[in-house]
Ligand binder design. Structure first.
Ligand code: G6P
Length: 442
């Protein structure tokens, strides 16, 4: 076995990096990370330096043998990597704010990973991730790519369809958040609850729910439906479900399902928030400023609590457990985004699904669930079609394909509105969408 592990984190200047560093520190006995390379673009220098120095102080404070390197070059950082994690945001929070504001101005949900916002985040991100994968294939072909960059499902789909790199796993903190939400509703510790997950990223359902190994799905659904136990994530309004709906649905929805099953109410929430506090991206800009001011304090040597204001709670839990399980071939079960291979009937075998999988040194092995319940199957298929068409638009830069993706998204009410939103957003994000403006190149 190799002596130490090399991890490269692209988007290393993210405010989430201390989460990751804390996860590696906690697991260092089982997962000996020897080198952590934080890579970012030169425009992100200020943030990378601040968060990088904090990461170095955290490693020193923990007394572990892990060196933290800062780099602005994938060429320099990638050779010899065992795992590459990605957590970048093309166009940063300003672009996210546009993804939220523009659809809202048309009376449509404006959200980072759903509806028009999700489409545009995909259009900006997919060409970049494909470039990164080409670098990985050249510089560290055996490395696992662990992607957190949103929209994580669409990004995984694109890598699986448009590159030859099989070693990719898409990750999200939503499943672990759901597990914690159920535990809280039941008043028990999170590690006593286990959920069988299946669906897509930000469109995942809990099919069975266990407490200490006993299937307690009905009890858990009742608890979750109780308006006293509304559970969500920091970035999604905590609107409760109609208890009868949850009873009838017979599976546990994820917090993002509110955009589909409570579209009107969520739109009203977003519109009010946009006026009162700003959109989520605008709120997060303030939180980030506060976080970076804290990170810059040279006496800070651990992850500050304020990071919990972000939606990415348990992010490091998901990333570090996955890396640990691949490295140590633990064969435990974790929910990940991986190739379906027939695990969910009715979704293409080669497409990405988010599903409980056995994690081996050869990657995730999805646990087959057969067909999803009839009430949810159609929506999952529709979102998968949207993701596929969106990924194709991102790769080809074809206007009509992008319009098709926008129009078939269930949150967009008409082809005419889809076209108006598309045209506005293409213009607003022009600098990050070169594939749509090829003819303008000299
Ligand atoms: C949730 C989602 C992530 C998303 C995050 C946004 O955790 O699962 O995919 O990135 O929220 O959080 P933020 O604090 O940036 O709004």
């Amino acid at each position: 076995m190799k002596k130490g592990i090399k991890i490269v984190t692209i988007g290393g200047g993210s405010s989430y990096t201390p989460e990751l560093v804390e996860g590696f520190i906690k697991r260092h006995h089982a997962l000996p990370v020897k080198e952590l390379w934080l890579v970012d673009i030169p425009e992100g220098k200020e943030k990378l330096e601040i968060v990088g120095k904090l990461a170095q102080r955290m490693a020193a404070e923990a007394g572990i043998d892990m060196t933290v390197h800062l780099s602005y070059s994938r060429e320099e950082a990638l050779p010899g990597a065992d795992f590459v994690t990605t957590q970048f945001r093309v166009g940063m929070l300003e672009a996210r704010a546009k993804d939220e504001r523009i659809p809202l101005s048309y009376g449509v949900i404006g959200q980072e990973t759903n509806g028009p916002g999700g489409l545009f985040k995909g259009l900006r991100t997919i060409p970049v991730i494909i470039d990164i994968v080409h670098d990985i294939e050249r510089l560290c072909p055996d490395a696992w790519l662990v992607n957190f960059t949103n929209p994580a499902g669409m990004v995984t789909e694109a890598v699986l369809r448009y590159t030859n790199h099989e070693r990719i796993v898409g990750l999200c903190n939503v499943p672990v958040g759901m597990q914690m939400g159920v535990a809280e509703a039941l008043g028990v510790d999170g590690d006593r609850v286990r959920i069988d997950f299946a669906g897509l990223n930000h469109m995942v359902y809990g099919l069975n729910i266990y407490l200490d190994g006993n299937n307690i799905k009905q009890q858990a659904l009742e608890a979750v439906a109780d308006p006293a136990n509304v559970s969500t994530m920091k970035n999604i309004a905590a609107l409760g479900w109609e208890p009868e709906f949850i009873r009838a649905l017979q599976v546990l929805p994820c917090p993002y399902h509110r955009y589909y099953y409570k579209t009107e109410e969520m739109l009203a929430e977003e519109q009010a928030a946009a006026e009162e506090t700003g959109t989520r991206a605008e709120v997060v800009q303030g939180v980030e400023e506060e976080l970076f001011a804290l990170y810059a304090d040279e006496t800070l040597r651990t992850k500050p609590e304020q990071l919990e204001q972000r939606g990415g709670a348990y992010y490091s839990e998901a990333a570090c457990s996955l890396i640990n399980s691949i490295y140590n071939d633990t064969r435990d079960i974790q929910p990940v985004n991986t190739r379906n291979r027939g695990a969910v009937a009715g979704i293409p075998a080669e497409s990405a699904v988010e599903i409980s999988s056995v994690i081996t040194k050869d990657g995730p092995r999805p646990i087959a669930v057969d067909e999803l319940p009839v009430a949810v199957h159609g929506l999952v298929q529709q979102i998968k079609s949207f993701e596929r068409v969106a990924a194709e638009a991102a790769v080809t830069g074809n206007y009509e394909t992008a319009l098709l993706a926008m129009t078939i998204n269930p949150l967009v009410p008409s082809d005419t509105k889809a076209k108006q939103i598309l045209d506005d957003m293409l213009e607003a994000h022009r600098e990050h969408l070169p594939q749509f403006f090829q003819s303008e190149k000299v």
